[in-house]
Write a protein that binds this ligand. Structure first.
Ligand SMILES: [Zn+2]
Length: 487
């Protein structure tokens, strides 16, 4: 404690007031309620408050108490909501490393928000669930019209076996590197959903099917291109765009197109929605575990002993296979679909179960299959056959240095706006998994450039209109910085 008396007491009291103000400031900052923050850079406030505290306190040594209060908030929190898991923290960058604010460009981005919102409203009000041929065609028409308006060469290729087309656009510039912006335009919702709950706005919150996932991202992508055209931003060798129509079903018809186009790029930016001011540096791979049991049918009343109940054996195996996941490796296995039996009076001879599998380490696919096969050797119902297989549906976008570098660049652009940007590893899987090539430096992939939102795949889905302007600016700065970056 500080020894104090007379005027010293006043100075010490002021020091505590300053330290208290600093703690309160960071308490608000941690609450995530950005509206309560004054629009100044946190680091400068930190410097000013610490400076004031030091000048008022007796003695010259800096106060460990203040540093300790500020330190946890001084690194960007990487914790997420239900859809994300922490990926570690992003170290706070010194203000000097901020990409200087381009005021005119930011003003242009803010001025574009109204037009982006108009397109977002139109996009949300067209149902385009995966497989909805009509809706996907209508949304596709809007996307291609916008691409044509910015002078892009547009191509549409069938996404068979999925319904709809993969849409690509490309622009030629004067820079040295190839950049791809991509997002999907299908949603998880059935026809009629947009009619039941059309686009609506409450304050800065936007609602409607697909408003965040991922029509908000599509609107940001398109309107960043509109600004780039108007302002003559062409500092890339090529700027490509890809819209996929089947991401919500694992992209069976667009994954090859994504992989091919991405493999020729230096950088790939994907516009899925983050759940806060963050970008996504890794996503999970997705697979499924298929369990099939064959037994023997029999009359359930007259001769049940002659049957071999496949449903009973399936139940036994599902219980045995309930711990295939490995929390330490981020692998989860959850049994979600079970089916057996057609009539009450027949012992079923067939039963199937499917588990949802999420992983970040590709070697986990073999490990899960091997463990499952070992476990299913022991049967409850004799003479039943049990088979278990693991199917890989979408590869992970694994943590890697190139993506971390892109995330750092994005963070520096946000620092120029006096904003913080965190990084997360998402638990869900996205098309970034098809763009990313394990073990190769190119392309560098960054996910989560889309509109900030949450409640994905539910009727509570929302998006933050306030994130559109900064994210338009972020896209434009990244195109500028990446298009001419040295190799
Ligand atoms: Zn999505």
């Amino acid at each position: 404690m500080w020894a104090s008396s007379g005027p010293e007491t006043v100075r010490v009291a002021r020091w505590y007031v300053d330290a208290g103000a600093l703690s309160l400031y960071y308490a608000f900052a941690d609450s995530g309620d950005r509206a309560m923050l004054p629009p100044v850079r946190r680091q400068w406030l930190f410097v000013v408050l610490v400076g004031a505290a030091i000048s008022c306190r007796p003695g010259a040594a800096s106060s460990p108490a203040v540093i300790a209060t500020a330190a946890p908030s001084a690194s960007v929190s990487a914790s997420g909501g239900a859809s994300v898991k922490p990926s570690g923290t992003t170290p706070l960058l010194p203000p000097a490393s901020a990409v200087p604010l381009d005021r005119e460009l930011f003003a242009a981005a803010q001025a574009e928000v109204a037009a982006a919102l108009r397109d977002l409203e139109e996009l949300v009000n067209i149902d385009s669930g995966t497989g909805d041929a009509d809706g996907l065609a209508k949304v596709g028409a809007l996307l291609t019209a916008r691409l044509s308006e910015v002078g892009a060469r547009v191509d549409m290729t069938s996404a068979a076996p999925s319904v709809g087309s993969t849409i690509t656009g490309s622009l030629r510039g004067s820079g040295t590197r190839d950049v791809l912006l991509m997002i999907h335009f299908d949603t998880v919702f059935a026809p009629g959903e947009a009619g039941r709950r059309p686009f609506r706005r409450e304050g800065t919150r936007l609602f409607g099917p697909g408003v965040a996932d991922a029509k908000g991202g599509a609107a940001i992508l398109l309107h960043a291109l509109a600004i780039a055209k108007r302002r003559g931003i062409t500092g890339y060798r090529t700027l490509s765009v890809l819209f996929s129509p089947d991401e919500e079903k694992g992209s069976p018809g667009s994954r090859d197109a994504i992989g091919r186009l991405a493999s020729s790029q230096d950088d790939v930016l994907s516009y899925e929605p983050p759940d806060g001011e963050r970008v996504i540096v890794a996503t999970n791979g997705i697979g499924q575990v298929e369990l099939v049991v064959k037994g023997r049918s029999a009359h359930a009343g007259a001769a049940p002993e002659q049957g071999r109940n496949a449903a009973l054996e399936l139940a036994h195996q599902v219980l045995r296979l309930d711990h295939l996941g490995d929390p330490a490796k981020g692998t989860t296995v959850n049994w979600t679909v079970l089916a057996s039996g057609e009539r009450i009076n027949i012992i079923p001879d067939l039963a199937r179960a499917t588990a949802d599998l999420r992983y970040s380490d590709p070697s986990e696919l073999n490990r899960v299959e091997h463990d499952a096969q070992q476990l299913t050797r022991e049967h409850l119902v004799p003479d039943t056959q049990v088979s278990v297989t693991v199917i890989d549906r979408r590869p992970p976008f694994a943590k890697n240095p190139a993506s971390e570098r892109l995330a750092t660049l994005a963070t520096r652009v946000y620092l120029g706006l006096d904003r913080e940007l965190g990084t997360v590893a998402a638990r869900y899987g996205t098309d970034a998994g098809y763009a990313y090539r394990a073990g190769r430096a190119r392309p560098a992939v960054l996910e989560g450039l889309g509109i900030v939102g949450g409640g994905l795949h539910t009727s509570d889905e929302w998006a933050d209109a306030g994130s559109i302007g900064p994210r338009l600016y972020l896209t434009l700065k990244l195109i500028e910085l990446l298009g001419n970056a040295p190799d």
